[in-house]
Design a protein around this ligand. Structure first.
Ligand SMILES: [Zn+2]
Ligand SMILES: [Zn+2]
Length: 109
């Protein structure tokens, strides 16, 4: 059962103390390291699931499993590379903070 873990990393849970932007529930762990500037946009597991535009059936409930990619047309804020897909749905107001895969990886290192 090898799923492809894309380059955004392993499924390590990051512990913390955040609040869901939608329902106000507290979030104590996340399958990714949140950008500190975007902590106020985080969603709890339930809201995250609800907001997913489509679910490609199967593997119900495995939060942090194979990620859906969102297609679009953005630009990396660091190196200006074109970004055509992201593992999350970016806030339209924050697209000038997006990073390409490489810069994203570099920023977590
Ligand atoms: Zn929520
Ligand atoms: Zn970049």
């Amino acid at each position: 059962m090898a799923y492809e873990n894309n380059n955004f990393g392993e499924r390590t849970m990051h512990k913390g103390n955040w609040t869901c932007a939608d329902c106000g529930a507290s979030i104590t762990e996340l399958p990714f390291k949140p950008n500190p500037e975007r902590e106020n946009e985080l969603k709890c597991r339930d809201c995250h699931r609800k907001s997913a535009p489509k679910r490609s059936g199967g593997r119900g409930g495995s939060f942090g499993g194979p990620r859906e990619m969102f297609k679009g047309d953005w630009e990396c804020s660091k190196c200006n590379t074109a970004i055509t897909e992201l593992p999350f749905k970016p806030n339209p107001e924050r697209t000038d903070n997006l990073m390409c895969r490489d810069c994203f990886k570099a920023s977590r290192a």
